[in-house]
Design a protein around this ligand. Structure first.
Ligand SMILES: *[C@@H]1O[C@H](CO)[C@@H](O)[C@H](O)[C@H]1NC(C)=O
Ligand SMILES: *[C@@H]1O[C@H](CO)[C@@H](O)[C@H](O)[C@H]1NC(C)=O
Ligand SMILES: *[C@@H]1O[C@H](CO)[C@@H](O)[C@H](O)[C@H]1NC(C)=O
Ligand SMILES: *[C@@H]1O[C@H](CO)[C@@H](O)[C@H](O)[C@H]1NC(C)=O
Ligand SMILES: *[C@@H]1O[C@H](CO)[C@@H](O)[C@H](O)[C@H]1NC(C)=O
Length: 284
């Protein structure tokens, strides 16, 4: 086939004036194909909307339909640090000031004045149950005050450095929210206990907890979810390291003690505990 002939077959394929075909099909053939796909996609979109609608009807606004890991919540630390490490030098203000600043931000909503406006002064040491009566939802639900002053010298109110400058840093723990969890052991509140990992056991030194004994008071439970309890303030436990070994890595592990929170299973090693590394350098 000559080059010219080849060119004209190509041209014919794109637009063939004899048969009035475009890309090998007549206008009505193209029209039918377009119509078919149009109807097909409208049908698919309709199916999708219908399925979504039915799914959404079955969801409760105030409670997740499925909830994983009920009973073994994870714990978090503040300040977060990078990769669960808090490392700074007491001589370098910049190296610890960011931790103090992030605690300031984190604790700001816990100011006593804020809590007094948002939340209720509940009866301590008992669950704050606000049941719905059948299908009638008792919403919105109130939440209990957690005053920043409860954290004592770790509140950042008297000591704006949270002990970082003096090499006695505070770390704040919170338990992740689990809707409906009743974490007490009978009438006893769950509490946090922290220790150094084996190889560092000599290095941790004494700790103090705020509130005393590191408890999460029962009045903060059960939690009913973000939509039902709009002003919920997660209870906190602060720990202050009083004489931690300086210039060395110290690996700390904190766990929640409560007979109704089972220890983390093999599958979920992080449930109910948190590990982090603390290193305070005091040499320039
Ligand atoms: C909470 O208190 C601290 C210290 O008094 C203050 O700097 C901060 O602005 C307060 N936050 C709010 C939200 O009132
Ligand atoms: C929080 O502080 C207020 C005063 O600002 C006090 O009346 C209230 O009892 C405190 N609540 C708790 C739970 O400590
Ligand atoms: C939440 O807090 C606001 C003030 O910030 C208050 O007016 C409101 O009543 C509170 N709502 C509930 C359900 O406690
Ligand atoms: C702390 O725990 C001890 C012993 O477990 C107990 O005697 C004490 O009353 C607790 N203190 C508080 C404030 O709960
Ligand atoms: C702090 O710990 C060191 C050992 O790591 C010890 O020699 C020192 O006496 C302790 N200081 C206080 C105030 O307990």
């Amino acid at each position: 086939m000559s080059k010219d002939a080849e060119k004209s077959t190509w041209k014919d394929f794109i637009w063939n004036p004899r048969t009035r075909e475009f890309c090998g099909r007549t206008a009505s053939s193209w029209g039918l194909i377009l119509l078919f796909y149009l109807v097909f996609y409208i049908f698919l979109a309709g199916m999708f909307c219908l399925t979504m609608y039915v799914m959404l009807q079955t969801l409760d606004d105030h409670k997740p339909t499925w909830q994983d890991r009920l009973g073994t919540p994870g714990m978090m630390i503040r300040p977060e640090g990078e990769a669960m490490e808090i490392i700074y030098n007491t001589h370098n203000t910049e190296s610890w000031d960011m931790y103090a600043k992030s605690l300031d931000v984190f604790l700001s909503p816990y100011n006593d004045s804020e809590q007094a406006v948002k939340n209720e002064n509940c009866l301590e040491n008992q669950y704050f149950v606000q049941a719905d009566s059948g299908d009638v939802k008792n919403n919105p639900k109130r939440s209990c005050q957690f005053n920043r002053t409860t954290l004592g010298i770790c509140s950042g109110l008297e000591d704006r450095t949270y002990g970082y400058q003096a090499a006695q840093p505070c770390v704040i723990l919170k338990l992740n929210r689990v809707i409906g969890m009743l974490p007490g052991t009978g009438n006893e509140a769950p509490f946090v206990t922290c220790g150094a990992k084996k190889e560092d056991s000599e290095k941790m030194g004494p700790l103090v907890y705020f509130p005393p004994n590191g408890t999460f008071n029962l009045m903060y439970y059960p939690y009913y979810g973000k939509k039902a309890q709009v002003n919920y303030s997660q209870p906190l436990v602060a720990l202050k390291f009083l004489n931690i070994t300086r210039n060395e890595d110290v690996n700390i592990e904190c766990r929640i003690i409560s007979s109704s929170i089972p220890p983390g299973s093999e599958r979920d090693k992080f449930a109910g505990k948190v590990s982090f590394k603390l290193r305070i350098n005091t040499v320039n």
